[in-house]
Design a protein around this ligand. Structure first.
Ligand SMILES: C[S@@+](CC[C@H](N)C(=O)[O-])C[C@H]1O[C@@H](n2cnc3c(N)ncnc32)[C@H](O)[C@@H]1O
Length: 361
């Protein structure tokens, strides 16, 4: 079951033996195939490139039916956290206020790491932009603010985006793992960030993005490793943090929603026919341990974010997939948080940002 991480050869307990135990039966919801709450839709006809309208291409009837219907707002509560009910069980993380704060912090961290830039792709004069799994919509809102001539569409399983937004941004409740309803060849730029653990079939997702980009348009994927390193041996493989990360990695693998896909971004873009593919790696310290003042400041914010991430990433995976009891999960999570507060620990993770251009023909 264990997926060996591409950048690290591990020898560690698997979900079937060793460290994890079997306190509860794994939950059906996360393991079941994609639900059928919404019937599959016919693929959209290819209308060719549309530069005349700045409206998004979502089908009106579909949006009337599924935007903010009561079932979408009828959240689910588990272990003290709130989760999306739309496509229930497919997304592992909560959507409550605490999680929204974490997403806002993450947005801030990415901006700090990327020198204030929202993306790396060399896009010019974008007219239509799509943000997949937009979360609280911060990226889409900032993009819309910076590019007033563009229409920016953000989709998500949860309607957790603010309503006071720039006039050129639109948010929709939608499942990007379904057949996309927008026109083909419609977007100048498609962006996704931190969707690790959300996607069963990345190849299908990238193929859909390719098809819905205009020729010459860019796809940019921004992902964090859900992993940790240290260069000075202060992070031990048998420490709570590494045990926990290995457990999460295995659990996500068991339900087919891999967490550590950050290494695959560039090869995927190349394999799907994108040109001019570039990738940049950013080092993200888990706490303010670096000497460098910029990284130190980033580490300060990351420490606050990661304290929340420990639960957000792992609560469902541990209790529902690995079958850990609540107590065991909570104890493990507090050990991880304690370890992360230790100033002698010089740990970091990696962010990869990869982009590529759809060929002109
Ligand atoms: C970790 S959050 C990242 C949010 C945002 N991209 C950011 O970087 O701030 C992942 C988001 O993807 C959304 N998501 C997960 N699976 C999805 C799906 N199949 N369709 C649409 N949104 C999805 C979740 O609801 C969540 O808001």
């Amino acid at each position: 079951m264990t997926r060996t991480l591409p950048e690290q050869h591990l020898s560690h307990p698997t979900a079937n033996g060793g460290g994890y135990g079997e306190e509860q039966e794994p939950h059906e919801g996360l393991l079941s195939p994609l639900g059928s709450a919404i019937p599959p839709d016919e693929p959209e006809e290819d209308f060719g490139t549309d530069t005349e309208t700045l409206r998004s291409d979502y089908d009106e009837e579909y949006m009337e039916t599924y935007s903010l219907s009561s079932s979408i707002l009828d959240y689910q509560y588990e272990n003290g956290r709130r989760y999306a009910s739309f496509r229930s069980g497919h997304y592992l993380m909560p959507n409550d206020e605490e999680e929204q704060e974490r997403l806002d912090l993450t947005h801030h961290i990415y901006l700090m790491l990327m020198g204030g830039e929202l993306f790396n792709a060399p896009i010019k004069n974008p007219q239509k932009v799509l943000d997949l799994g937009t979360g609280t919509g911060n990226w889409a809102i900032d993009f819309a603010d910076n590019y007033r001539d563009a229409v920016v569409v953000g989709n998500d399983l949860s309607p957790i985006q603010p309503s006071w937004v720039p006039p050129n941004v639109e948010f929709f409740v939608d499942d990007f793992e379904s057949e996309w309803l927008e026109k083909m060849n419609a977007y100048d730029f498609i962006h996704s960030r931190n969707l690790a653990g959300c996607v069963v079939d990345w190849h299908r997702l990238i193929r859909q993005a390719y098809d819905h980009l205009k020729p010459g348009g860019y796809l940019e994927l921004q992902e964090s490793a859900v992993w940790a390193w240290s260069d000075d041996g202060t992070l031990k493989m048998d420490s709570p943090l590494m045990e926990y990360l290995m457990a999460l990695n295995d659990a996500a693998h068991m339900i087919g929603r891999e967490l550590n896909i950050y290494v695959d971004l560039k090869p995927w873009l190349i394999a799907h026919g994108f040109e001019d593919v570039h990738e940049q790696t950013y080092i993200l310290p888990f706490s303010p341990w670096p000497q460098d003042p910029r990284l130190r400041e980033i580490g300060r914010v990351q420490a606050v974010m990661v304290e929340k991430a420990v639960e957000a990433y792992g609560l469902r995976l541990c209790t529902q997939v690995l079958g850990w009891g609540q107590d065991r999960t909570r104890i493990m999570q507090s050990l991880v948080r304690e370890q992360l507060k230790d100033r002698s620990l010089h740990s970091y993770t990696k962010i990869k940002v990869a982009y590529g251009r759809k060929p002109l023909r």
